[in-house]
Write a protein that binds this ligand. Structure first.
Ligand SMILES: *[C@@H]1O[C@H](CO)[C@@H](O)[C@H](O)[C@H]1NC(C)=O
Length: 273
């Protein structure tokens, strides 16, 4: 009897020890990852800001900037919520390029890219087609019919073109319905203000992984649009003001459901509800 309870307590002791050791290593691993992320963050934001920034304070600062109403100051206060180590610029080097998180990690055999706003400039479309293996379907849309040259280049990258003003005469849900698609891997949005009313039906009804969007208007409109996307768990990984258009800023966002696939690490939430 005595030896039985002795081995039982020995067993319990061993178990406790094992759990403690594995917890220790587990926690350490996370700490390592976090400190790497903090270094990335410092590089990204050029400041000494660290996780303290990811508090209620950062959200208050943003609301304060909305009240001040100065676009450039607002953009500076929008902090990344996610670190994407493998982000790349796709498309033009200057205005028009977009930051995409590890595009080659898409499921290359079954992928859909939506590109809204073309204006016969399809560098983004051609570049993303190339880096994703050339098999993705690209759904392009513009308010105007594209030139013959653009049409033939678009067909060559597995692209389909739609014409209409989003959302008034062309709905994003209709584009998916017509093409039999139900999910969008990458969504590029450059539609001169149409984003405010046009985007939500799509991200509400369908799974979308990454969004690259140019938002137009006052800081309060920018925040409203960022909040609309945050409602469906899109988190910011890049902010890029457009210097040719003071009221425009490019944001790249990734859905929480896709972070693992693209190797993105969450930091915190900076967009107030
Ligand atoms: C474009 O192609 C269509 C049909 O292929 C043709 O009728 C039209 O003349 C072409 N337009 C130009 C500007 O080349």
């Amino acid at each position: 009897m005595a030896s039985n309870s002795g081995s039982l307590s020995m067993f319990l002791l061993l178990m406790t020890l094992m759990i403690t050791v594995s917890n220790y290593f587990g926690t350490n691993k996370i700490d390592l990852q976090l400190s790497e992320t903090q270094k990335d963050l410092k590089k990204l934001t050029n400041t000494d800001s660290n996780f303290n920034y990811y508090s209620i304070q950062s959200q208050k600062d943003l609301l304060e900037q909305v009240k001040r109403g100065i676009n450039q100051e607002f953009y500076q206060r929008v902090m990344p919520e996610v670190i994407c180590k493998d982000k790349v610029r796709i498309g033009e080097k200057s205005d028009g390029g977009k930051y995409v998180c590890k595009p080659e990690a898409v499921n290359q055999d079954d992928c859909t890219i939506m590109s809204l706003g073309l204006n016969n400039q399809i560098e983004f479309d051609e570049h993303i087609s190339k880096v994703t293996g050339g098999k993705c379907t690209i759904l392009g849309a513009d308010i105007a019919e594209q030139s013959n040259s653009t049409k033939s280049k678009y067909a060559a990258i597995n692209g389909l073109l739609f014409v209409g003003k989003i959302p008034e005469t062309l709905g994003l849900l209709d584009i998916l319905k017509k093409t039999g698609k139900s999910k969008v891997d990458f969504l590029k949005v450059d539609i001169e203000g149409g984003e405010h009313a046009g985007l939500e039906p799509l991200i509400k009804e369908h799974s979308v992984c990454q969004i690259f969007i140019e938002i137009h208007g006052s800081p309060s409109l920018h925040l409203e649009m960022l909040q609309k996307m945050a409602k469906y768990n899109f988190r910011i990984f890049n902010v890029d003001p457009n210097f040719q258009c003071p009221t425009c800023c490019e944001y790249s966002l990734i859905n929480e459901n896709c972070m693992k696939q693209y190797g993105a690490v969450p930091l915190g939430i900076t967009i107030p509800k």
